[in-house]
Design a protein around this ligand. Structure first.
Ligand code: GDP
Ligand code: MG
Length: 707
């Protein structure tokens, strides 16, 4: 038995979904597209019910990909019930979707959420009256507290019945619909598109000029069928009467129905009180204070992310140090197997897992900003700024998600309605410094800068990324993507206290994705890179070093101390030469001349080869290059070695290059999939890498003159 969960954004769908299914859920994508698809199971008495969480939508037109997907899913799957979740403190707005669901003659049960907030909002709702008018079950719930959820589950186990609502569209539209219905039925409906839609609904959609439906009929009947002439005639007639397009008139009639329903079933106890949300927004959206508060908020997020993750990171370092030692004591000494496991696998994977606390705290902060409602304000505040560089306020959320990981951020561009806005946003997202680049900064910054500067240096890198994204979008909009920017329409949901459950689920989901990357892609790449760094083996160097060591040891004129020191130097030389002789060293050497003007030697060049695969591999890679077979190599000694070998200027250049240069392989792949062409990911790769080289070149050369 299947049920679907449909509702506006921010009406509490995710909270209810989590309450119903607990951790018994699966997150994926709709086939062929990358809009998130969530499914879970719940137990209702003896029945096991599958729950599908549809994308949050305001309407069932085909304006956005989300709407098209939700519509297709509802109409093509056989759902026992469609649970329409509404924010009962904002019913007039939420009912617009309800009306459209009812017109599709779906088995709908209405769940009125947020009822715990009704009294504070000064509202009382007559649920029985609503049931009577709409002819379907209406159940008050609070997804947050869990009240009414059992009633909802009980309602779902009842046999479903189709809702039927006839809205008074006025004689002109009704007549047009009545005239179209027999015509549609005689032709047969294009049921390959929507299996369960009634013909009245198709008629309305045709009058509304719904592109998707029209295309379906054109495929079905050919473009010059009489149906289309009839539709055009009806549209012209409606326009001549109302002096407005049928689309607008139909929407107005729906709102008229809603307003009547609202007046009959909702009572406003208190008029015109200033809500808490308005009070808060007077400050957060203030002309003068809004932006500084927003920037301060972002700054706090970064401080929070770093201060809190320091300790757990130490523990993880200690754990991997211990693991390496334990493995070293079990495995045969100086063998290839132990090198593979200790340097390649434990070193590589450990170097990535160590940054898990950072990822967790960042996503925790983002989850809180998102679910309290502040993120929508951030988008609102940024809209004017975003328009300056030709982007939409809505682009802001995907871009800020880019701080976590470019891959989901690029997927999030699907909320943008225009292809052009989407591609521009996708192109600049990798400039937003992602979580995988963080390990590089966290390694480099303490190695070269005094502790009171850490947060500031880090902040500067993030700001540079943001400025480049803005600049990039501005240039793209003025060259490849000219044209008007689309108008801003974004809802500001009321501020709400989020539930711990939802935040924890969200954060653990992201943390798990990160760990999975560490366990799969990073593991594989670590092994490949280890292999490249070990083969072919330079036996001549071995022989030479062993001869020298034997000579030193047999030299009676040297003190023990001098002997030890010379032998250590020889070992260092051996390790370096072996790496240079390996495939990886040769590759690094190959690109070193290109990288030299940026201050990078062949070792850094070698590590950047790894960063092409995935940014955090850079750290693992440096670990392998500098660890030279020591088992307990965590990042602190690596930092010391970096500080010995390079200047702070080079340190900064490493971060800059890591920030700007080509996006990682996963990003490349997702851009390919999202843009549905090879052109954009290749464009992005080439432009970003060339750009990174130029900027780092300037910084290094100018910096060398000053410092
Ligand atoms: P979605 O966008 O529809 O998935 O909405 P969410 O589940 O993310 O909820 C949006 C916000 O509303 C979150 O801060 C939730 O904690 C909060 N919320 C959800 N259900 C309720 C409820 O029944 N009462 C109250 N007061 N808040 C709720
Ligand atoms: Mg949600």
């Amino acid at each position: 038995m299947k049920v679907a969960l449909a509702g506006n954004p921010n009406c509490g769908k995710t909270t209810l979904f989590n309450k119903l299914t607990g951790s018994n859920q699966k997150v994926g994508n709709y086939p062929g597209v990358t809009v998130e698809k969530k499914e879970g199971f719940m137990q209702c008495g003896t029945a096991r019910v599958q729950v599908a969480d549809l994308p949050g939508i305001y309407s069932l037109s085909c304006a956005s990909l989300e709407e098209r997907i939700a519509r297709q899913h509802i109409l093509n799957e056989d759902f026992r019930w469609v649970i329409n979740l509404l924010d009962s403190t904002n019913l007039e707005r939420n009912l617009y979707l309800t009306v459209q669901l009812l017109e599709m003659e779906l088995p709908v049960v209405l769940a009125l959420n947020m009822t715990d907030e009704l009294s504070a909002a000064g509202l009382t709702i007559n649920y029985r009256m609503m049931e009577e008018i709409l002819g379907l079950p209406v159940i008050p719930i609070s997804a947050k507290n869990g009240t009414g959820v059992a009633d909802l589950q009980a309602a779902i186990t009842q046999p479903s019945h189709k809702a039927k609502l006839t809205i008074e569209y006025g004689s002109h539209i009704s007549e047009a619909v009545e005239a179209l219905v027999p015509l549609l039925e005689s032709h047969g409906l294009p049921s390959d598109v929507f299996a369960h839609a009634p013909s009245r609904w198709y008629a309305l959609k045709l009058l509304e000029n719904d592109k998707e439906i029209r295309a379906a009929f054109e495929r079905h009947l050919g473009t010059d069928a009489t149906l289309f002439t009839k539709v055009a005639e009806a549209q012209a007639q409606i326009e001549s009467v109302y002096h407005d397009s049928p689309q607008v008139v139909i929407a107005e009639k729906r709102y008229g129905f809603i307003s009547g329903l609202y007046r009959q079933s909702v009572e406003k106890v208190v008029e015109n009180r200033v809500s808490a949300t308005e009070k808060i927004d007077n400050i957060f959206l203030n002309r003068l204070l809004g932006l500084p508060i927003f920037l301060g908020m972002m700054y706090l997020v970064f401080q929070f992310t770093f201060t809190l993750s320091e300790k757990p990171m130490e523990w993880i370092e200690i754990f991997f140090g211990w693991l390496g030692e334990a493995a070293g004591s079990v495995l045969p000494e100086d063998s290839l197997v132990s090198s593979l496991i200790i340097d390649g696998i434990i070193g590589g994977v450990g170097g990535v897992v160590v940054f898990l606390p950072n990822v967790i705290f960042l996503f925790l902060a983002l989850a809180i900003l998102e679910s309290t409602g502040y993120m929508a304000r951030a988008a609102f505040l940024m809209d004017r700024t975003m328009h300056l560089c030709g982007l939409h306020g809505k682009s802001f959320i995907p871009m800020i998600s880019g701080f976590g990981c470019s891959v989901p951020a690029i997927m999030a561009t699907r909320t943008l309605e225009r292809e052009r806005d989407r591609i521009v946003t996708m192109m600049v997202i990798p400039f937003m410094s992602c979580g995988a680049r963080l390990p590089i900064y966290v390694l480099i910054i303490p190695a070269f800068f005094p502790s009171h500067l850490h947060a500031n240096v880090l902040f500067s890198i993030y700001i540079i990324g943001i400025l480049l994204a803005v600049l990039g979008a501005w240039v793209l909009r003025r060259t490849l993507f000219r044209g008007e920017s689309s108008e801003f329409l974004m809802e500001l949901p009321p501020y709400r206290i989020p539930t711990l459950h939802s935040i924890v689920l969200y954060t653990t989901e992201r943390a798990w994705l990160y760990l999975r990357k560490a366990g799969t892609i990073i593991l594989a790449i670590s092994i490949i890179l280890w292999f490249l760094s070990v083969f072919p083996h330079d036996h001549a160097t071995d022989e030479y070093v062993e001869q020298e060591v034997a000579l030193i040891e047999s030299d009676v004129t040297l003190s023990e101390e001098v002997k030890e020191e010379s032998i250590a130097q020889l070992e260092q030389l051996r390790a370096e030469r072996l790496l240079e002789y390996s495939l990886l060293g040769k590759l690094g050497h190959g690109i070193a001349p290109i990288m030299a003007p940026l201050g990078f030697d062949w070792k850094l060049s070698t590590a950047f080869i790894g960063a092409f695969a995935a940014k955090e591999v850079f750290v693992a890679q440096l670990g392998i290059i500098f660890s030279l077979g020591e088992a307990d190599e965590a990042s602190t000694p690596l930092r010391d070695k970096l500080a010995e070998n390079y200047s702070p200027l080079i340190g900064y250049c490493i971060m800059l290059f890591a920030l700007i240069s080509s996006p990682c392989m996963a990003t490349f792949a997702v851009v390919k999939r999202e843009s549905n062409s090879w052109k954009w990911p290749i464009f992005q790769l080439v432009v970003m890498t060339v750009f990174a080289w130029i900027i780092t070149f300037i910084v290094y050369q100018v910096g060398s003159l000053i410092v």
